[in-house]
Write a protein of this length. Structure first.
Length: 365
């Protein structure tokens, strides 16, 4: 697993000690005992390690060591020792992690991972590990981003296989998908969490999450309809959303839906509303100009393109559409200037480049 390589780097946070023969715990003799370096530093500062290191520090170190490197040479011996001194390793890992999470998230994550490796079927520890794991996708090198999310999703799904009423896993899956921008999935998991949650305060928190993402889920569903070519369903969904809240992106997608069924006046109105509510994305100017052009309002279309080019200079698609409109209006000279300039761009698609060469040949320019 790629994440093994990531976690293995945390072995640098461990020191290894050998106990004296006179130790109170002979079972700990003859093997290197890991201890979290920050625990040593904290113990020295507080004076708690001035005379001896507590057994608990070594037990934490063993769990962290397993979490950091599950193939470590002495892990089997550590497992035996942990089992001997801790009745419920999963509960121990969870409680220890929660106690330090606010000031040492790395330690908390390693404790939870160690507990998960030793007992992957304990739902609560597994849930906590996944909950602490997936935010790493947004905090560290992109190299591991997909791995953090994939493992967290897999762990949480397995908790639900073991217990389909485990509400907090539904909730956490909702959080992950909301962060991924997959709002329909997030809404589904939040709804499941709400149905399976009894505590009123927790229910209120889930309802807040649903309110927060519901509009985005409605837009995502509309995009699904547009992608399927079911434009009337998209229009119905978007007009329902816009009756309660004015959103620039919703107006834009409404304009796209109307444009695809040939209702150009309605699409123009939607695109205008999108601009009026603060939209600033290049696709809007292109699609707005296309609807104007298809309504025989070529001059207005050129004005919209000019406005778009003020915000997005040298946008190939905007310039290409400007060329097409000028050719329609008979402005061959202006079209030629733009063609010559556009052909110098390095980021042209093969489609646009090919079309431009065809136009040059057709118009002998």
């Amino acid at each position: 697993m790629r994440l093994d390589n990531y976690f293995r780097t945390f072995t640098e946070n461990l020191a290894y000690l050998d106990l004296k023969e006179t130790s109170d715990y002979p079972v700990l003799a003859d093997i290197p005992l890991p201890i979290y370096v920050d625990d040593i530093q904290s113990g020295i500062m507080t004076g708690s390690m001035s005379e001896k290191i507590e057994l608990e520090n070594f037990l934490d170190g063993m769990l962290i060591n397993i979490g950091a490197d599950q193939d470590f040479l002495h892990n089997e011996e550590y497992k035996v020792i942990l089992t001997q001194f801790i009745d419920d390793i999963s509960r121990y890992a969870s409680s220890k992690a929660l106690a330090v999470a606010d000031f040492d998230i790395d330690k908390a994550l390693l404790l939870l991972r160690g507990g998960y490796i030793l007992n992957p079927t304990d739902n609560y520890n597994a849930y906590l590990y996944a909950r602490f794991l997936w935010p790493r996708a947004y905090e560290v090198d992109d190299k591991y981003k997909d791995d953090f999310i994939r493992e967290a999703l897999d762990i949480l799904q397995k908790t639900l296989v073991r217990d389909e009423k485990f509400a907090i896993s539904y909730y956490e899956l909702g959080n992950i998908y909301a962060n991924l921008g997959e709002y329909i999935k997030a809404r589904s998991f939040y709804n499941n969490a709400l149905q399976k949650t009894e505590a009123p305060e927790a229910q209120d928190e889930i309802r807040d999450k649903l309110t927060e993402i519901n509009d985005n889920a409605e837009i995502e569903e509309s995009l699904y309809f547009i992608g399927k070519g079911d434009y009337n369903s998209a229009i119905k969904k978007l007009t329902g959303l816009l009756s309660n809240k004015k959103r620039a992106d919703a107006y834009y997608y409404l304009g796209v839906a109307y444009q695809n069924i040939g209702q150009y006046e309605n699409s123009i109105m939607a695109f205008e509303n999108s601009l009026d509510t603060g939209a600033e994305f290049r696709e809007l100017y292109n699609d707005y100009a296309i609807s104007l052009y298809l309504s025989d309002r070529q001059v207005d279309a050129l004005s919209v393109i000019a406005e778009g080019l003020e915000k997005f200079p040298q946008d190939p698609r905007l310039i290409y559409n400007k060329i097409q409109i000028n050719l329609t209006l008979g402005n061959i000279g202006k079209a030629k200037e733009d063609i010559d300039e556009l052909l110098t761009y390095d980021d042209l698609t093969d489609e646009i480049r090919g079309n431009l060469l065809t136009i040059k040949d057709q118009y002998k320019i």
